[in-house]
Structures are given as structure tokens and as C-alpha cells.
Design a protein around this ligand. Structure first.
Ligand code: URA
Length: 210
């Protein structure tokens, strides 16, 4: 099954396309393009993040790779058997995901890590298409409110259908359960809105559903 992918030079979001041009000039040897998903389409778990970080996924071309949030995410995936190998913040580190795929609600890096509503909407067809083309998909883990709302809309629900709660589960229909977590961002972990233990509880929950 081939997936709908944003073009390498996607122009759906003028602000993000302009930011990409700036970054291509400033950092010509970095990835600087819409970041593709990582992991197999046959996975039962899909993790939806927010958007690539400037010096992380936008530089490396792999979701969460090189981003502060990736340290906790990939370590937790390794601990729970959703990944094997070693995470070295480098897309050539050989890390493999097991029964898990990672994507972002917005594929391009937004200025200050904040996509605007129109950008989340413009990127929605890619998320929708991906959800529809994962034949074994069972659990969607959404990291943060933007991912929660984008996943609801991509699954044909109103944003108001289910309120975000940390570690809350919602039946989206079609055999898909959505579980929400606070985003594993530097801000959330430094302020202890999200602790390692809380994040592990989310993965225990996911395991129990799978
Ligand atoms: N990097 C990503 O790829 N996604 C996020 O949500 C945060 C950092």
C-alpha cells in the first residue's frame, strides 16, 4: 500500500515552506523537508507527535530523532519492546521499531514549535491516509493536545468528541483505541507535568490493550 506523502518541497503551508527555505539556506547539509513516518505500516501501534523540532527531526529526517523528546520516547520504546538496537539520535543508528510506527500531526518544522490551525488542517490528509492504511492498527498514542485533536479529526470525529486526559483511552471505532499522553517534551519533563513513571504507565496501558 503506497501512502499519500507530502512533497519534498510541499507548499501547502506558505509559512512553513518559507521557514524551510530559510533553514535550507542556513543549514544546507541538513534534511530540511517534511519528515516521513518511521516504522512499518503493519504495526499495531501508531504514535502521533506534534511536529519536527528544528535541530532534531528537521535536521535528521526521522521523527523525534535528535530532539530532546526523542531521548525519553525511544528509551521507553526500547524498554517496552517496541524497538530494538540502540538509539543514538542519528537516523543511521540502526534502531528498528517493532510493531510500532511514529508520525507527526504536522510534517514540517514550524517556527517556535508552534503550528497554526491552518497548518494542522493542511497536514491532516497525510495523517488520515496513514491511519486508513495501517491494516493491523489497534492503538494510537497521541502525544499532547495537538496530536489528540488532529487524530480525532483524521478519524472522522469532531474535536470535541473526546476530551484529552493523560492516559485516557477512547474508542475511535474501526477497531482503533486512542490513548493520550502529555507530550514528552523538555518543558513537560522539566516541569514534571510528565514524569518517566507517568510515561511508563501509558506504555503499560498500551501493552494491556494490545
Ligand atoms: N520531534 C518530533 O518529531 N515530534 C515531536 O512532536 C517533537 C519532536
Amino acid at each position: 500500500m503506497s501512502l499519500l506523502q507530502p512533497d519534498h518541497d510541499c507548499t501547502l503551508c506558505p509559512r512553513l515552506a518559507a521557514f524551510r527555505q530559510e533553514n535550507r539556506s542556513a543549514f544546507p547539509d541538513k534534511f530540511n523537508a517534511p519528515v516521513p513516518s518511521f516504522g512499518g505500516q503493519e504495526a499495531r501501534l501508531l504514535i502521533v507527535g506534534l511536529a519536527p523540532g528544528l535541530r532534531g527531526a528537521n535536521f535528521t529526517g526521522r521523527p523525534f530523532t535528535g530532539d530532546y523528546a526523542g531521548d525519553l520516547l525511544y528509551q521507553t520504546l526500547l524498554d517496552f519492546g517496541f524497538a530494538k538496537g540502540a538509539y543514538k539520535a542519528d537516523p543511521q543508528d540502526g534502531l528498528e521499531l517493532i510493531d510500532c510506527r511514529i508520525t507527526n500531526a504536522v510534517r514540517c518544522v514550524p517556527p517556535e514549535n508552534k503550528p497554526v490551525g491552518a497548518e494542522i488542517t493542511a497536514c491532516q490528509p497525510f495523517l488520515k491516509n496513514q491511519i486508513e492504511n495501517m491494516p493491523n492498527l489497534k492503538v494510537i498514542l497521541t502525544l499532547g493536545l495537538v496530536a489528540h485533536n488532529a487524530t480525532l479529526r483524521a478519524s472522522g470525529h469532531k474535536q470535541s468528541a473526546f476530551k484529552f486526559t493523560h492516559n485516557g483511552a477512547h474508542d475511535l471505532g474501526g477497531g482503533h483505541i486512542m490513548i493520550g499522553s502529555y507530550h514528552c517534551s523538555r518543558y513537560n519533563t522539566n516541569t514534571r507535568r510528565l514524569t518517566e513513571e507517568m510515561f511508563r504507565e501509558v506504555f503499560q496501558h498500551i501493552k494491556s490493550v494490545l
